[in-house]
Write a protein that binds this ligand. Structure first.
Ligand code: HMG
Ligand code: MG
Length: 312
């Protein structure tokens, strides 16, 4: 493994610090066909924490038949919940999921809605309105228990069944999620079709409707190689929370055209070069992705991981 780092050359109009919301253990692994042993997932999360990541999405308390890879949530969570200084959000679609998460002491949850009807139906077996109704008691009970709630919104930039998704439709659903009481909103480009102007247009439209930028995170999948450009466009608009997946793992089992998330290493390479603080040690993170790739039996799709760990 080489230990190259980018030369630091700051650019104007960007935040001094970015919080990375690491989704590798959840979004990254949820689509893996072969069952990843619980111990490997726990070790992955521990290594991610040791590399300096402080928000690490651990798993999902969904129906095990819908996402078999994460059926071990009850076994996994207690194996990682004692890691110092790390938030471990978990996905929770309904009250049954919330009960399971609270029983294990989860302090951060995420509900996950859709800007489009087709994906709401495929992912949650509900209309958009029915999914919001399902989330309502989840958010209320979580807030009563002083649990932090993230609201994911999928298909913000395009949907494989419905095509283009109008910005006002996304804004309306985003506001509905925030009105439930979510502390944070994550804008999902589930199938990776967004481009930078589109990202800035959505952020402007949300601002115009009074949604503060500091409640917004961005969640880009990298299907068309746009995730990093889209992230830079979001940073230019003041966003400071960026979702990424170690090694670029990922996909969504209910959106076939979704590939991996923005790779955390690619993100950290860019942010290091811009002099933007993340607290992440790129070499340690890359070593973690190389280790996980060995466990999964195939190389990481991240360009940075490949560049820093040449095989010949
Ligand atoms: P449903 O079949 O409509 O469920 O699924 P139901 O409410 O009718 O209940 C049926 C049975 O499931 C009942 O059991 C429930 O108890 C049980 P029975 O009485 O028949 O024995 N059940 C549960 N069991 C365990 N945990 C639960 C749970 N809920 C119900 N939480 C449901 C509705 C929401 C459960 C289902 O659709 C589901 O689990 N969906 C999850 C899909 C998913 O996890 N997708 C991936 C995450 S989203 C994503 O990746 C996008 C994101 O990354 C952002 C982006 O990229 O855009 C976040
Ligand atoms: Mg995703």
């Amino acid at each position: 493994m080489t230990s190259a780092l980018p030369m630091v050359v700051p650019a104007q109009g960007l935040p001094p610090r970015v919080r990375i919301h690491e989704v590798g253990a959840r979004d990254g692994l949820q689509n893996e066909k072969a069952t990843v042993p619980t111990e490997v997932k726990a070790e992955f999360i521990r290594r991610l924490a040791a590399s300096g990541l402080t928000t690490i999405e651990a798993t999902s308390f969904v129906h095990p038949k819908w996402v078999p890879q994460l059926a071990d949530a009850e076994a996994l969570f207690p194996q990682v919940s004692d890691i110092e200084g790390v938030h471990l959000p978990v996905l929770v679609p309904n009250e049954r999921g919330l009960d399971r998460a609270l029983d294990l002491g989860a302090r951060r949850i995420a509900v996950f809605g859709s800007a489009t009807e087709t994906f709401a139906q495929k992912n949650l077996n509900r209309t958009v309105a029915e999914s919001l109704a399902m989330f309502e008691p989840v958010v209320t009970r979580a807030k009563d228990a002083k649990v932090h709630v993230r609201g994911y919104l999928s298909m913000c930039f395009g949907d494989p069944w419905e095509g283009a998704v109008p910005v006002p439709q996304v804004v309306a659903t985003a506001k509905a999620l925030l009105d439930l009481g979510c502390d944070e909103l994550s804008l999902g480009d589930t199938i990776g079709v967004a481009t930078p102007g589109h990202v800035q247009a959505l952020l402007s439209a949300l601002n115009d409707e009074g949604v503060p930028t500091d409640t917004i995170g961005v969640h880009f999948h990298d299907t068309y190689g746009q995730a990093l450009s889209n992230t830079l466009a979001a940073l230019q608009r003041g966003v400071t929370t960026v979702d990424a997946s170690a090694g670029g793992l990922g996909g969504c089992p209910y959106a076939k055209s979704a590939t991996g998330n923005l790779a955390t290493e690619d993100l950290v390479w860019m942010l290091d070069g811009l002099g933007i603080e993340t607290g992440v040690d790129l070499a340690a993170l890359t070593a973690t992705s190389v280790w996980l790739a060995e466990q999964l039996g195939r190389p990481s799709p991240s360009r940075t991981v490949r560049a820093l760990s040449p095989t010949e």
